[in-house]
Design a protein around this ligand. Structure first.
Ligand code: ATP
Length: 227
């Protein structure tokens, strides 16, 4: 699929219940959310509001009890679990709070490993060029413990982008960073989102960085509203 054929992420009437018996929690309550290709949407909200659940459902890690989740028109709930895992690997990028890099690998090898693990595709981004695109070419040979928090996060973002995903899911990317580094990392996310026409959802508690986002939505008690 070329980037011009993408339609982004559409959650429609998504309800997710967690737990069982008397302790069932409605983590997501009839959530509707559309994120267009090239759009960076921030999700804010108090602890326990359902933000992680939203990422899990959008990332095809959890199937909702009700509603549909489509990425570029493909309904991920109707896929077999094997097809869903392959879809996740090939079309969805994840960025975590602290980068989640492998301690033994250099920055460049973190990116190369993605091409080895997933069936390498001809249109994968070149690891060395991608490292340069995120401003980390000069750190290519360093291992995670030789990098700053912001540098690790840049490499985590680059790693998520190797396979040109349709959807990028980002969980608290600035939690471990100072103010200046936080702005730089979210500006990088905004730039890559535009340039690669990926639909990006970023969960954050950091209201400072919302200015770099196209849209902010707020989650409260499993419900979503314009922030
Ligand atoms: N496995 C589970 N079983 C039962 N309830 C759960 C489970 N996981 C999460 N919950 C509940 O679902 C609700 C939503 O949780 P979720 O982790 O999505 O919130 P969150 O907004 O990401 O919170 P935080 O900002 O603290 O990470 C909460 O009430 C939580 O206690």
């Amino acid at each position: 699929m070329t980037t011009t054929e993408r339609t982004g992420l559409v959650l429609s009437g998504v309800t997710l219940r967690l737990g069982d018996g008397d302790s069932v929690v409605t983590a997501l309550d009839h959530v509707d959310l559309t994120v267009a290709p090239g759009e960076l949407v921030a999700v804010v909200g108090p602890s326990g509001a359902g933000k992680s659940s939203l990422l899990a459902v959008a990332g095809a890690l959890t199937i909702p009890d009700e509603g549909t989740v489509t990425i570029d028109g493909q309904d991920i709930a109707t896929m077999s679990s094997r097809a869903r895992a392959a879809y996740r690997r090939d079309h969805i990028g994840f960025v975590f709070q602290s980068g989640n890099l492998l301690p033994a690998l250099t920055a460049l090898d973190q990116l190369r490993l993605v091409g080895t693990l997933s069936r390498r595709r001809a249109d994968d981004r070149d690891p060395a060029q991608l490292l340069a695109d995120v401003g980390m070419a000069h750190r290519a040979d360093r291992r995670p413990h030789q990098l700053s928090g912001g540098e690790r996060q840049r490499i985590g973002i680059a790693r998520a982008l190797v396979g040109r995903p349709s959807l990028l899911l980002v969980d608290e990317p600035t939690a471990a960073l100072d103010r200046a580094r936080s702005h730089e990392v979210v500006q990088l996310l905004a730039k890559e989102t535009k340039q690669t026409a990926v639909a990006t959802v970023m969960v954050t508690h950091d209201h400072d960085v919302l200015e770099h986002c196209d849209r902010v939505v707020e989650m409260i008690d499993g419900r979503l509203s314009a922030g």
